[in-house]
Design a protein around this ligand. Structure first.
Ligand SMILES: Cc1ncc(COP(=O)(O)O)c(C=O)c1O
Length: 420
């Protein structure tokens, strides 16, 4: 299918600092990023060793140890990390993976590429995350796995999800991109299931450059992820050389990214502890504004590693819609504030919707047990939530209490301007 969008409508994705350029306002913003003080030392080691030092291995060991997990496999991002995991699980084409309906495209790209069918679970009412009830409603005899996303950094209630998965013999794994070093009942996000995937994209909380990784305690999965994900599924055969057992990837992190990421690891934990304090304060201040509510922080979340701040509006109380409310908030000084309907992923995948309707592969694959639908209406709770949600991803470790007060003050002022 070719798009009939004009070139100016087609997205030319802007990344990192470029994507946040010129946002204005005097609230803190993540760029230029704070980089760990040892970055130059690590980078020099890479260069001076003539690329013989194993900076990637050092980063992998340090990141695994920081999470108390056995294996870390560094990748060029979370999208490739999840693609590697999808391939490494080695399910059959047409098998189903239940996934959060509110997320980034990077969550699903790998499983679609592997020929699996994403089945989007709705969010638990009033929250931005899926939960055991909404997941259970999606389970069929073709379900193989549940891919959990901790949206904004709010960690899903993993214990009942794990219990549900155990009863149905399903793999659970996590997209922990937005929740790095967050803690759930004393345990780290991304270490709460069979595997976790992370992003070190420069806009993320542990922003280094274009990077990511997989964490797992499972020896076999780690071995397979390296084989499929990094060695292109290649194997050496005597008297011949390399043969490719599977259609694998070369999704490896670069040594220089590993140097910066290792330096970021030196400073991240106090930053996340600070972010947790600031976001809880911001939520408290936002909740005091009539008609405004922050997303609830469950008691099970000990540390909220918030990547994206935001709030819900009660449309009954205001004379403008959410998009207009967000535009006013952005104009009044919260850089990047906006409504984010595109996070409703089933509504953002027209190509998948067409494939499902036209029963193209893998939707042609027997035994097709149901009609797959990809649109907003298929996840009404998520859709309704995003209709009322305003977020800004410029929230960062530079926020101090007076910035939280300033942000809440801006929201309050807008609310009063447009109150019915
Ligand atoms: C929840 C989630 N998953 C996956 C990704 C993709 O990460 P990466 O850019 O490292 O591929 C993102 C990035 O924004 C994300 O927020």
């Amino acid at each position: 299918m070719t798009s009939d969008a004009t070139p100016s409508q087609r997205e030319r994705a802007r990344f990192g600092a470029e994507s946040q350029k010129g946002l204005g306002g005097d609230l803190p913003q993540p760029f230029p990023r704070q980089i760990g003080p040892r970055a130059m030392e690590y980078l020099a080691e890479v260069v001076e060793s003539g690329l013989t030092c194993d900076m990637v291995g050092r980063f992998e060991q340090a990141f695994a140890a920081s999470h108390g997990v056995k294996h870390c496999i560094a990748t060029p991002g979370c999208t490739p990390a999840l693609a590697v995991l999808a391939a490494a699980f080695d399910f059959e084409p047409g098998d189903e993976v239940i996934v959060s309906s509110v997320t980034d495209f990077g969550t699903v790209q790998g499983l679609i590429n592997a020929g699996y069918i994403p089945v989007f679970a709705d969010t638990q009412p009033g929250t931005i995350n899926i939960g055991p009830d909404t997941i259970e409603a999606c389970i069929s005899d073709r379900t193989r796995a549940i891919l959990i996303v901790h949206m904004t950094g709010l960690i899903c209630d993993m214990d009942p999800i794990t219990e549900l998965a155990r009863r149905h013999d399903l793999v659970v794994y996590e997209d922990a991109c937005q929740a790095i070093f967050g803690r759930y009942k004393g345990r780290w996000a991304g270490s709460l299931s069979t595997a976790g995937a992370f992003s070190f994209d420069s806009e993320k909380t542990m922003g280094s450059d274009v990077g990511g990784c997989i964490l797992t305690d499972d020896d076999e999965l780690a071995e397979r992820a390296r084989f499929v994900g990094q060695s292109r599924g290649g194997e050496m055969v005597e008297h011949f050389g390399r043969v490719h057992r599977v259609n694998g990837f070369a999704h490896r992190m670069t040594q220089s990214t590993a140097a910066i990421t290792l330096a970021q690891l030196d400073i991240i934990q106090p930053q996340v502890a600070h972010i947790d304090r600031m976001i809880r304060l911001l939520h408290q201040l936002l909740d005091e504004i009539p008609g405004i509510s922050a997303l609830p922080i469950p008691d099970t979340v000990d540390v909220y590693s918030c990547w994206m701040a935001g709030f819900l509006i009660d449309p009954e109380q205001f004379s403008c819609d959410t998009e207009q409310f967000a535009a006013r908030v952005a104009a009044a000084g919260i850089p990047g504030a906006g409504q984010a309907r595109y996070y409703l992923l089933p509504a953002a995948l027209p190509y998948l919707s067409e494939a499902a309707q036209q029963l193209r592969f893998p939707y042609s694959q027997p035994p097709a047990t149901r009609t797959y639908r990809y649109d907003g209406d298929s996840c009404p709770e998520a859709q309704a939530l995003l209709e009322r949600y305003i977020r800004w991803s410029t929230f960062c470790e530079r926020y101090e209490p007076h910035h939280c007060e300033q942000a809440a003050h801006i929201v309050r002022a807008v609310a009063e301007q447009v109150r019915r």
